[in-house]
Design a protein around this ligand. Structure first.
Ligand code: ACO
Length: 448
C-alpha cells in the first residue's frame, strides 16, 4: 500500500473546565505561575458522568459518523491509555460494543500502556499492520484517551482530559514518513502509578522534565542520523515546517523547541544566523549532562528560537493549552490543533511529532501532509474536527466546583454500586456518559 498514514481523525474533550487564572488565585499560587509559568489557559476534566471509556466511545462514534465509515470497515482497533479502569479488561473491549451490532467482531488489537506513550504505541501497531502481509484491506483505528488527574499540590494544574481517534490506511492525507524516526526507551522512576487504589500518579516533577528533554535530544539525534543516511544531507529544523510535542504543559514545549535549536547549533545547522550563533557560542562546551540545569542556556536558546517557535510550534498548542495534559491524547490533540489552525495551508508540509511517556518510552517521528483524493482529504478532516465549536462550548466552573469534583472522583475510583451525581447539562449532546456501576463493578453507558 502507498502513502500509509492517518486518513481521518477526530478529537473529544469534556466541556467541564476551570480557568488556570482562577486556579492560581484559589490555590494561593503567585500570579502568573500557571498561566505564564506553566503556559496554560484552561484545564478540562471529567465529572463522574465521564471517564476514559465514555470519552473513547464518544470519539470513535463521532469519527465513524462524520467520515461515514461503516463498523465493518475496521480490521484493527488499538487503544493507548494509562487510565486504569477494569485492569485486566481492556478499553478496546468496551469499544467493541460499537462494532458488535454490525456483526463485526473480527478486529485485532488491545490496549497499550506506558504513561503518555500508549497512543503512539497504538499508532505504530496499526501502521505495522497496514504495512504487513497480514493486512486485509480494512482500516486500522487508533484511540488515544486519558483522564489526567493529580493529587492536590504543584502537579494538579497540569491535569486535563480528552480522547483522539485516528483512522489508519493507505492513500492518507497525513503520510507517516516511517524511515525518519528516532526512539529512546529506558528505565526511570519519574512518574508511575504504583498505588492501585488511587487514580493519582506518584510523580517526581523535576526529574520528569529532565527525562523528557533528554529523551527529545536523543530521539532528535537518531532521527537526524537516519535522515542524513537516507537523503545524503543533514537534517535540521529547516527541514521541518512544524514541530508538535507531547504537552504536559506549554512551558515544557517552549523549552523543548529551545533544545532543538541548541541541538541544531551544535550540529552546525546552516539556517542559524550570525546573531544566533554569537548568542549560543558561550554554551558550545557546556556538556550535555550539565546543559539540562543551565538556566542561561535555557533562556538564550528559547530567545534565539522564538521567531521560529511562533511559526513552527505555536499553531499546535491551541488544544493542549485549553484542555491541559490529555496524557496519551496530548500529542494528537496538538496535531489536531495544527490541522485546525493551518487548514488549507499544509500541502506538502512536514511536521515532526515528539511522543514522551514517563518510565520511559519516547519516539520522534515525521508526518508529511498532502491534500489526498476521494473520500479522505485534508479539507474534509479540517471541517470534521470542528475545533472552534468544541472550544466555544466549554462550560467554565469555579475552582471550588473543580475541587469538589476531584474529591467525588476520589471516592468513585475503584468503587461499586453508585450512580453519578453530576448534572447532565455538563455534557454536550452526542456524548457517552456513565449510567452507573453495579455491585459487581460492572459499568453501563448511554449517549446524551
Ligand atoms: N509568574 C510567571 N512564572 C512563574 C511564576 C509567576 N508568578 N511563578 C513561577 N513561575 C514559573 C517558574 O519559574 C517555572 O518556570 P521555569 O521552569 O521556566 O523556571 C514555572 O513557573 C513552574 O514553576 P515551578 O516552581 O517549577 O513549579 P512547581 O515545581 O511548583 O511545579 C511541575 C511544576 C514540576 C511541572 C509540576 O506541575 C508537576 O510535577 N507536573 C506533573 C509532571 C509533568 O507534567 N511532567 C512533565 C513530563 S512527564 C508527563 O507528561 C506527565
Amino acid at each position: 500500500p502507498q502513502n500509509v498514514g492517518i486518513v481521518a481523525l477526530d478529537v473529544y474533550f469534556p466541556a467541564t473546565s476551570v480557568l488556570q487564572d482562577a486556579l492560581e488565585d484559589f490555590d494561593g499560587a503567585s500570579k502568573g505561575k500557571y498561566t505564564i509559568g506553566l503556559g496554560q489557559d484552561r484545564l478540562a476534566f471529567c465529572s463522574d458522568l465521564e471517564d476514559v471509556i465514555s470519552m473513547s466511545l464518544t470519539v470513535v462514534q463521532s469519527l465513524l459518523h462524520k467520515y461515514n465509515v461503516k463498523p465493518s470497515q475496521i480490521g484493527r482497533l488499538e487503544v493507548g491509555s494509562e487510565t486504569v479502569v477494569d485492569k485486566s479488561k481492556s478499553i478496546k473491549t468496551w469499544i467493541m460494543q460499537l462494532f458488535e451490532k454490525s456483526g463485526n467482531t473480527d478486529i485485532e488489537g488491545v490496549d497499550s500502556t506506558n504513561a503518555c506513550y500508549g497512543g503512539t504505541a497504538a499508532l505504530l501497531n496499526c501502521m505495522n499492520w497496514v504495512e504487513s502481509t497480514a493486512w486485509d484491506g480494512r482500516f486500522g483505528l487508533v484511540v488515544a484517551a486519558d483522564s489526567a488527574v493529580y493529587a492536590e499540590g504543584a502537579a494538579r494544574p497540569t491535569g486535563g482530559a480528552g480522547a483522539v481517534a485516528m483512522l489508519i490506511g493507505p492513500n492518507a492525507p497525513l503520510v507517516m514518513e516511517r524511515k525518519y524516526t528516532g526512539t529512546h526507551m529506558t528505565h526511570v522512576y519519574d512518574f508511575y502509578k504504583p498505588k492501585l487504589a488511587s487514580e493519582y500518579p506518584v510523580v517526581d516533577g523535576k526529574l520528569s522534565q529532565t527525562c523528557y528533554l533528554k529523551a527529545l535530544d536523543i530521539c532528535y539525534g537518531r532521527l537526524c542520523e537516519k535522515f542524513e543516511k537516507a537523503e545524503g544531507k543533514p537534517f535540521s529544523l529547516s527541514e521541518a515546517d512544524f514541530v508538535v510535542c507531547h504537552s504536559p504543559y506549554n512551558k515544557l514545549v517552549q523549552k523543548s523547541f529551545g533544545r532543538l535549536v541548541y541541538n541544531d547549533f551544535l550540529r552546525q545547522a546552516s539556517y542559524l544566523e550570525a546573531t544566533a550563533l554569537a548568542a549560543l557560542e558561550p554554551f558550545r562546551n557546556v556538556g550535555m549532562e550539565e546543559s539540562y540545569s543551565n538556566r542561561d542556556l535555557e533562556k538564550i536558546s528559547q530567545q534565539v528560537g522564538k521567531p521560529l517557535y511562533a511559526t513552527k510550534v505555536e499553531p499546535a498548542t491551541l488544544i493542549p493549552k485549553q484542555v491541559g495534559n490529555m496524557y496519551c491524547a496530548s500529542l494528537y490533540g496538538g496535531l489536531v490543533s495544527l490541522l485546525h489552525q493551518k487548514a488549507g495551508a499544509l500541502e506538502g508540509k512536514r511536521t515532526l511529532m515528539f511522543s514522551y511517556g514517563s518510565g520511559l518510552a519516547s519516539t520522534l517521528f515525521s508526518i508529511r501532509f498532502r491534500e489526498g483524493e476521494g473520500h479522505f482529504t485534508m479539507s474534509r478532516i479540517s471541517s470534521a474536527l470542528d475545533v472552534a465549536n468544541k472550544i466555544q462550548s466549554f462550560i467554565t466552573v469555579s475552582p471550588e466546583e473543580f475541587e469538589k469534583t476531584m474529591k467525588i472522583m476520589e471516592t468513585r475510583y475503584g468503587a461499586n454500586d453508585f450512580k453519578p451525581v453530576a448534572k447532565m447539562s455538563n455534557i454536550r449532546p452526542g456524548t457517552f456518559f456513565l449510567i452507573g456501576v453495579d455491585a459487581l463493578y460492572r459499568r453501563s453507558y448511554d449517549v446524551k
